[in-house]
Design a binder for this molecule. Structure first.
Ligand SMILES: *Cc1c(COP(=O)(O)O)cnc(C)c1O
Length: 959
């Protein structure tokens, strides 16, 4: 029977057996339908027309053939198994923590949270905005400073941003000096140095235990507790700093602040740090949320994103990103921050950790870590080992003359990593996960008997104990049972639109599939629980994975070398420009400081250029949206041998493949400049063209765009840079990890961790492995086909701004609403908000051109979803026409009143001149799975027209 059953027919081939066939949305038949709608008979013909021959690569991707999901996961398990997970008691800003299962599964492993976009459309982002506001509240309360942002990229960069903020606050013209506590985290000191160099700021590192050194400083950075574990009273140091007019920055451990007097009560003007130990695993260095909080006087200059409370049109409270985060940029001063993608998902996790544990729970966790440290100190002293600092929180520094290496090795044999601090000292950091057996193992490693400690005395001086309350807001008291927590997370998630609900057609942001198989490995303990400064042989799997990923990205981009250290695109930009700066300097041309930036550029470009010590000169775009060559030549001529670089996005943010890119590169090279191609749009190039081949010297890529790391509601991201050979010596490196970059010639660390956000690199590794060379190229083609299909379907209804030759676009297209707005009063924003009633997240609004919508479908959306979106856009166009024809009132219509809430529609006394049905169900398909926004349109009180990004246009930086 069985034999008969199987014998006659060959097993049918699963039509979508390959991973690439599920990553790419449309089936082969649908793709042909889309091509026909665009007017092409095959993909090759379309691609050959759309992508200029001048940039096409002659060499197909030389990558291993595609692995199935199972095979890729098997290989990742092998790599994971090569990591050794020991108990790390190294400290230095990274601590063991327990991610509550309810947060792990329902946030970190939940596409409802991890596939969301940055909350620029506040009406569909109320859930994550509330979570971020909780993060801000927790940070503000714990640090004792009133205003906190959400979030910074890591502790080191937060400290560097604080230096820049302190400098701005000082209103000094000259760069001046910045004092750094010698007991600051070593990686923080180096990140601050990297950032200070191009700005001309002199960083002075000094032991401040006996007071500040002489001299003039615009700011002071103190670590609390110190890297050595020492807890010092900050108040006298702050007072001394203030006497000299210096701003006081304190890098503080949030958990310690549940027990220690907060920086805000000791005179700090700015607090920075990391929220890692609030339930976010090590991940071999990241991603984790950095934080910054400030006093009221600095709130207007706070970098990064700030969630504020506003109201909707009914006066109901609603959250939104405060625009003041951008007002800092609008004043034409020095560069502020270039942060765009932040660490939202990790900030959400940390905030939920605080919500779940509440103030008493956090204090109990801190007390326990403190007690373990006190037990270790007590045991060491009883065994005759000198404990260096009498006052500490969780970290004990022991003096063992000449024996440090031996102690560290003995601990390792017992499964514990300690920190060796020179030949004579060993640091031991305790945390939430430290158990009595760890205390025993540590004492044994020191050769000290681990007898019963009994009651040990605490080591926090009475006058430094925290007295003030924190986390008093009801949210930190309401969700203590797992059931309650689960429901709170679900309630917030349900308020938002993420990719698990509908397509998010955001131009320039590449909201593609984040496949489950790509996501699975990141929470495996072998990847999640490795300390970034664990001995590198314990991270052998990571090192191999990173090496393969860097090599694959180099092959894809045509560059000689790639560094994955930058933890966002903005940081990649800075790293790339610093490489250019280093290169010019190495040739005795440090005077080259002009950076040309086309007017269509993303705001981060200009901000990064200023941070790299360059002067921004804007190059005009012509009517077709291309870099205006006459203006380019004029500007090159004007700046002559001051020209350092051009930063150009390719394909441009106008969504076209510029034919002239090679000419642009040649002109800049001929004048001695370097070419930076912003690789955020690489999704239009992979497998078809390589920036390293068509004339670029350096690019950053956004792994959270092209290479499938989810946006996380606004982060994490990874912004690796690729460089040609001559720039390779000037890549980032790291003080604690010579393997992580070119030591000696490197520009220093761009991120706090040696390989940045290593913990999420398995996602991009898996994407490349499972797609293989053909799948990657097919994805690019799919993205271009999908964008052109949308353009073809929408063009009869909305003018498509900018196209390349033959009227084709690249991987995104811009729908121009400006004429429609002039005629009907209906704006691009009205369309964006009306799309919410249709269940969609709006496309990118008013970037790069005000009054337009930039639409990027990506290859992952299937034809049905693309059509659903087009149907919505076309129906909205009909509604606009009714406004034009007088069928709808010009002010009181479904577009102007969008989005509509259930409460508004159910309320008695509906008075609008259109029906409730027209408001809620403009298309029949919406009856299934209708999304109901939790608030009506939120009052954009500041009359802002550029909601895409808190980054300013390049013109703001021109001098
Ligand atoms: C997204 C983007 C950036 C910035 O990248 P982040 O990772 O958000 O810092 C820069 N340039 C362009 C064109 C982008 O689309």
């Amino acid at each position: 029977m069985t034999a008969q059953f199987f014998a006659p027919v060959a097993a049918p081939q699963h039509p979508r057996a390959a991973f690439a066939d599920r990553h790419i949305g449309p089936s082969a038949a649908d793709r042909d339908r889309m091509l026909a709608a665009i007017g092409y008979s095959g993909a090759k013909a379309l691609i050959d027309e759309a992508v200029p021959a001048a940039i096409r690569t002659a060499r197909p991707l030389d990558l291993p053939p595609a692995l199935s999901e199972t095979a890729a996961l098997d290989r990742l398990r092998e790599l994971a198994a090569r990591n050794t997970v020991l108990t790390s008691m190294i400290g230095l800003g990274y601590h063991g923590t327990i991610t509550p299962g309810v947060i792990m599964r329902n946030v970190l492993e939940n596409p409802g949270w991890y596939t969301a976009y940055t909350p620029y459309q506040p009406e569909i982002s109320q859930g994550r905005l509330e979570a971020l506001l909780n993060f801000q509240t927790a940070v503000a309360d714990l640090t004792g400073l009133p205003v906190a942002n959400a979030s910074m990229l890591d502790e080191g960069t937060a400290a560097a941003e604080a230096m820049a903020l302190a400098h701005r606050a000082s209103r000094r013209k000259e760069p001046g000096r910045f004092l750094v506590d010698a007991d600051a985290l070593p990686q923080t000191i180096e990140v601050v140095r990297t950032r200070a160099v191009p700005l001309g700021i002199e960083v002075v590192v000094a032991d401040v235990s006996g007071g500040l050194p002489d001299g003039d400083f615009f700011g002071v950075l103190l670590q609390y507790p110190g890297a050595s574990g020492a807890v010092r009273d900050l108040a006298p140091l702050s007072a001394q700093a203030h006497e000299r007019g210096a701003t006081v920055v304190v890098a503080a451990d949030l958990l310690a602040l549940t027990l220690l007097r907060p920086p805000g009560e000791s005179g700090a003007d700015i607090a920075v740090g990391s929220a890692q130990r609030f339930g976010v695993p090590y991940g071999f260095g990241g991603p984790h949320a950095g934080y910054m909080s400030v006093g009221d006087d600095l709130r207007r200059q706070l970098p990064g994103r700030l969630v504020g409370v506003s109201v909707d049109v009914d006066g109901a409270p609603a959250y939104r990103l405060a625009l003041q985060t951008r007002e800092q940029h609008i004043r034409r001063e020095k560069a502020t921050s270039n942060i765009c993608t932040a660490q939202v998902l990790l900030a959400v996790m940390a905030s939920m950790y605080a919500v779940y544990h509440g103030p008493e729970g956090l204090a109990a966790i801190a007390q326990r870590a403190h007690r373990r440290a006190a037990e270790i100190a007590d045991g060491l002293r009883r065994g005759g080992v000198e404990v260096v600092h009498g006052a500490f929180f969780d970290t004990v520094l022991a003096r063992v003359p000449g024996r440090a290496a031996e102690v560290v090795a003995a601990a390792r044999e017992r499964g514990v990593n300690l920190r060796q601090d020179g030949p004579d000292r060993v640091g031991v950091a305790c945390d939430e996960t430290t158990l009595p057996e760890h205390v025993t193992a540590v004492l044994e490693a020191f050769g000290v008997p681990a007898g019963d400690a009994g009651e040990v005395a605490g080591a926090i001086p009475a006058d430094l104990r925290r007295e003030s309350p924190y986390l008093t807001h009801p949210v930190f008291h309401a969700h203590r049972s797992e059931t309650a927590m689960l429901r709170y997370l679900r309630r917030l998630q349900d308020k938002d639109i993420a990719l698990d609900r509908s397509m998010i057609p955001l131009g320039s942001c590449t909201m593609k599939l984040n496949a489950t198989a790509e996501m699975e490995p990141i929470t495996w303990p072998e990847f999640a629980n490795v300390h970034p400064f664990a001995p590198v042989d314990q991270a052998a799997g990571y090192v191999e994975l990173i090496g393969e990923l860097e090599a694959n990205l180099a092959e894809i981009t045509g560059y000689a070398k790639v560094s994955v250290q930058p933890n966002a695109g903005s940081q990649g930009e800075l790293a790339g420009l610093l490489a250019i700066r280093g290169y010019h300097a190495s040739r005795g041309e440090e005077h080259r400081d002009v950076c040309l930036i086309p007017s269509s550029a993303h705001g981060t470009n200009a901000a990064s250029a200023v941070m790299a010590g360059m002067r921004v000169v804007v190059v005009k775009c012509d009517e077709g949206g291309n870099v205006a060559l006459d203006d380019l030549h004029a500007k090159i001529g004007r700046h002559g041998d001051r020209l350092a670089a051009i930063m150009v996005t390719y394909p441009s943010t106008h969504g076209v493949f510029e034919e002239t890119i090679t000419e642009v590169c040649e002109a800049v090279h001929a004048a001695g400049g370097q070419v930076y191609v912003d690789g955020a749009n690489l999704n239009a190039l992979v497998g078809l063209a390589r920036p390293g081949e068509f004339g670029s010297d350096v690019s950053h890529l956004n792994l959270h765009k092209t290479f499938c790391i989810p946006h996380g509601g606004g982060g994490p991201g990874v912004g690796p840079i690729g460089v040609r050979e001559h720039l390779a010596p000037f890549l980032p490196n790291h003080p604690l990890r010579p393997e992580a970059g070119p030591s000696g010639t490197g520009v220093g660390p761009i991120s706090a961790a040696p390989w940045g956000s290593a913990g999420i690199l398995p996602i991009s590794w898996a994407y490349i492995a499972m797609m293989g060379p053909d799948g990657l190229r097919a994805a690019t083609e799919g993205a271009i086909i999908a964008a052109n299909y949308l353009a073809a379907r929408l063009a009869p209804h909305y003018p498509i701004l900018y196209t390349g030759r033959n009227g084709l676009v690249a991987h995104e297209c811009i729908a121009d609403l400006r004429k429609i707005t002039k005629e009907t009063g209906v704006t691009a924003e009205d369309v964006a908000k009306r799309l919410i009633d249709y269940g969609f997240h709006a496309p990118t609004l008013s970037f790069p051109v005000a009054g337009t919508l930039m639409i990027e479908p990506t290859e992952s959306e299937d034809l049905a979803e693309l059509d659903r979106f087009c149907d919505a856009m076309i129906e909205i166009r009909r509604e606009i026409q009714r406004v034009a024809d007088g069928g709808y009132d010009r002010e009181d219509n479904p577009l102007k009143n969008a989005p509509h809430t259930a409460a508004q529609l159910i309320a008695d006394g509906w008075k609008h001149p259109y029906t409730r049905e027209e408001a809620a169900y403009p298309l029949p398909a919406l009856r299934e799975g209708k999304y109901w926004p939790p608030v009506r349109r939120i009052d954009q009180a500041y009359g802002d027209r550029n909601l895409v990004c808190s980054c300013p246009p390049p013109e703001e930086f021109e001098d």
